[in-house]
Ligand binder design. Structure first.
Ligand SMILES: [Zn+2]
Length: 132
């Protein structure tokens, strides 16, 4: 974890952190974490692992027609990120234009506002990715 991340963010639930699990039986890594290894079923023994948050872009698309609540962010890049540890997940790539992004581009995790809820001004934070 970077030191610039406020302490409150270290305390928020693990879905906002790069926590996953690894099956000790077959060594497959999963993110987000799950309770059962689909390969090993009950024989699998899952243990929690901390992902580095670094990886590369596996595929991407530019979103111009966003879901409700994301209208103020378009256009944005939505990518499938292949983490260095092997798991894949979908995430937004921030501070990047479509022409900057390529398959194989290196990315790292950053904390950003995911969504601002109305009318109470509740703000959800989570992880996104940026080019490195
Ligand atoms: Zn397994």
């Amino acid at each position: 974890m970077k030191e610039s991340i406020p302490l409150t963010w270290r305390r928020i639930p693990e879905r906002y952190r790069m926590l996953g699990v690894q099956c000790e039986t077959c060594n497959t890594k999963y993110f987000p974490k799950r309770s059962v290894c689909p390969k090993c079923r009950r024989k699998g023994k899952l243990s929690q692992i901390q992902y580095s948050g670094r990886g590369k872009i596996y595929s991407y698309t530019e979103v111009t027609s966003p879901p409700e609540g994301f209208e103020d962010q378009v256009p944005y890049i939505l990518a499938v990120i292949e983490l260095d540890e092997g798991a894949r997940l979908t995430g937004q790539v921030v501070d990047a234009h479509k022409q900057d992004v390529q398959i194989g581009s290196r990315v790292e995790q950053v904390f950003r506002v995911i969504q601002r809820d109305d009318p109470e001004g509740l703000i959800h934070y989570g992880f996104k990715f940026r080019l490195v």
